[in-house]
Design a protein around this ligand. Structure first.
Ligand SMILES: *[C@@H]1O[C@H](CO)[C@@H](O)[C@H](O)[C@H]1NC(C)=O
Ligand SMILES: *[C@@H]1O[C@H](CO)[C@@H](O)[C@H](O)[C@H]1NC(C)=O
Ligand SMILES: [Ca+2]
Length: 145
């Protein structure tokens, strides 16, 4: 016969094994997993969009002053609100590091509206005065090439 202490230890070990067994069973069964989504739920989710490059927006000409680097997602209107509000109506130069064929439109007003400038070359615009757009930009939208 087992000494009593050993038997308790054995039962405790058995109980841990059995708990692990149940957990593994739950994980292995998608239907029982509460974070598993149905196909319909997955279809309803917006496609996650990938950042395909960066822009650097600066408050002074020649990429000087306060410069902020932003990841760019194709087709998404990004506006200088919230934690980007410091750039609103302040941008004077920009660098576009978006790869060949990318295009951007820079907008004067909220929600990618109002006056705009189309940028088809990726590179640097050293002085927004040269494109008649100094200290007015509020939003931009870029497309991957
Ligand atoms: C920007 O750099 C160019 C070339 O070095 C210079 O001629 C120009 O004066 C600079 N512009 C400003 C506003 O600093
Ligand atoms: C932004 O523009 C889109 C497209 O015109 C429109 O559907 C949306 O309501 C606008 N959002 C705001 C906050 O103005
Ligand atoms: Ca503006």
């Amino acid at each position: 016969m087992f000494p009593k202490a050993s038997l308790i230890q054995f039962l405790a070990t058995l109980s841990i094994v059995s708990t692990i067994g149940v957990k593994v069973g739950v994980c292995a069964s998608p239907a029982a997993n509460p974070i598993d989504m149905s196909q319909a739920a997955r279809d309803a989710e917006p496609e996650p969009q990938a950042i395909f490059g960066d822009i650097v927006a600066c408050t002074d000409a020649n990429l000087s002053g306060d410069c902020t680097t932003l990841g760019v997602t194709s087709g998404v209107c990004t506006c200088f609100t919230g934690n980007l509000a410091g750039l609103n109506d302040q941008v004077s130069s920009m660098e576009f590091d978006l790869g060949a064929g990318a295009t951007c439109t820079l907008y004067e007003d909220d929600n990618c509206s109002g006056g705009s400038v189309f940028v088809s070359n990726t590179g640097i615009i050293n002085n927004f005065q040269d494109i008649g757009f100094n200290d007015v930009m509020t939003c931009f939208k870029c497309f991957q090439g």
